[in-house]
Write a new protein. Sequence first.
Length: 113
Amino acid sequence: VQLQASGGGLVQAGGSLRLSCAASGSWFRFYDMAWYRLPPGKQRELVAGVTAGGTTKYADSVKGRFTISRDNAQSTVYLQMNSLKPEDTAVYYCHAHWVSDYWGQGTLVTVSS
């Protein structure tokens, strides 16, 4: 499967962005999907995930601010990011898992203070 992430950009603190990740192929509904991020100078971390069955999980740092959702008909997973903080600045990667792991190309989110 190929993953195409989009929606990153520059936003002021307190603002919002919505990331999208479109997947190729016809088996999207079987994939567990997730968003990871790589902050500058830090390690990659899980931001949010949604299973094929719709169960979601979030990093403590984004709970209450970010929402992950999926549209199986559109083979797309979304990450709605509200109340953004400068520490949310990172390259955000889409990830899919079903038997194997797949990664998107990353989209840069920059939050200015």
